[in-house]
Design a protein around this ligand. Structure first.
Ligand code: SF4
Length: 378
């Protein structure tokens, strides 16, 4: 096998990135080890082939997977990286009646599922209880309609009430550093409560998908490795990694852009710590050069899926011998759609990588040396 550093250099679109030679070699050494039958498969989630015209997300029209907030845009925690702004783009359903109405409207417009979310109280709990009877009613009336929920922190009873409501998948952020909990989340609860919530959820039949926000401590990696250990002690269905995008951070508490090299090392450690767990890179990550570097490390570290890959990433995956699949989907990881499909995750499209790369090359700022790509059997 030729060197992965050579493979990176062969992809013109990756020229903007600065890659750590030692880290890439370490990833190649790990990647060369024997693994399971699907170990070379990687799935890219792109809005549509046609709209895959730049690293900007275009073509994300009306979602089949709307995100709905039961608190509208209000949140008591106002974490430093978010300040409740994440909720503003969601559809507000602040009462159980509104939730029933909104969901019916969305189903009439073609929605196949939803992400149910909301702002937290001061204990990082989303107060779902009054809404759970409506969730049950939705699932009874529309059994095929899938529901993923951002649980935030829960105890065992609440996890069971959520399960009983018929929710399909539960997602929560796992934070591994006490300083991050207190400083970024303004939360006075121990890190152990995050693991206890994960434990309570994984004891149910819910499909549980923890998230780690890499760089959550003002752009530094701090509790991420501890979060990995916490997750490794339980049996979730998958892990989603996202990289901090602190666009809403207040001026007096700025976030740095995390080091791509450190993120890459964390990806490699994640793969080693959770060898059998699907690990997906969600759409949130810093733009520009950092995104290119992060995406390359995600491919080389052996992550299972990447949402909205940077230009050149698909070509690189083919060059290093990955079995490339594409799912035409928009923000699907964030909304739970891919999480829901994990059991039957083999329905992603096998793509003709040469054709995919050719389209990239035809774009004005794309390009690539297309000869001699070792395209996998499709
Ligand atoms: S709890 Fe969630 S919605 Fe509220 S500010 Fe923090 S990240 Fe944003």
């Amino acid at each position: 096998m030729s060197g992965w550093l050579d493979a990176i250099q062969a992809v013109e679109a990756l020229e903007v990135g600065h890659f750590d030679d030692e880290l890439v070699r370490a990833m190649q050494a790990r990647g060369a080890q024997p693994a399971g039958s699907d170990a070379t498969r990687i799935n890219f989630y792109v809005p549509t082939f046609k709209a895959f015209a730049s690293s900007e997300i275009k073509g994300c029209g009306k979602s089949a997977w709307p995100a709905i907030s039961i608190t509208g845009s209000s949140c008591k925690l106002a974490c430093d990286h978010c300040k409740a702004k994440l909720l503003e783009s969601m559809i507000a359903a602040p009462t159980p009646e509104a939730l029933w109405r909104v969901v019916n409207e969305q189903i009439e417009s073609g929605a196949q599922g939803m992400l149910l979310s909301g702002g937290s109280n001061h204990r990082d709990e989303v107060e779902y209880d009054p809404f759970l009877p409506v969730v049950r009613r939705i699932k009874d009336a529309f059994p095929a309609f899938k529901i993923a929920i951002h649980t935030a922190l829960v105890d065992r009873d609440k996890a069971q009430r959520i399960e009983a409501s018929g929710v399909d998948a539960a997602m929560l952020d796992i934070i591994g550093a006490q300083d991050t909990v207190q400083q970024v989340y303004h939360l006075r609860r121990p890190v152990a409560d995050f693991e206890a919530s994960l434990a309570a959820l994984t004891e149910t039949s819910l499909k549980v998908v923890p998230h780690i926000v890499v760089g959550l401590h003002y752009g530094r990696l701090l509790g991420e490795w501890n979060a990995l250990e916490m997750i490794a002690r339980h049996r979730p269905a998958a892990l989603v990694l996202v990289v901090i995008m602190p666009i809403y951070a207040p001026a007096h508490r700025p976030f740095e852009v995390p080091s791509s090299r450190e993120i890459g090392r964390f990806f490699m450690d994640t793969r080693a710590a959770l060898p059998d767990l699907p690990v997906l890179l969600g759409c949130a990550r810093p733009p520009g050069r950092a995104k290119v570097e992060i995406d390359v490390y995600a491919v080389l570290a052996g992550l299972n899926g990447i949402a909205h890959p940077s230009d050149g990433t698909v070509e690189l995956a083919a060059r290093v011998g990955r079995d490339v699949r594409v799912t035409p989907a928009c923000c699907s990881i964030a909304l739970g759609e891919e999480v829901m499909a994990l059991d039957d995750g083999h329905d992603a499209l096998a793509v003709d990588v040469r054709e995919f790369v050719r389209r990239e090359a035809e774009r004005p700022r794309g390009g690539g040396k297309l000869r001699d790509i070792p395209v996998v059997t499709l």
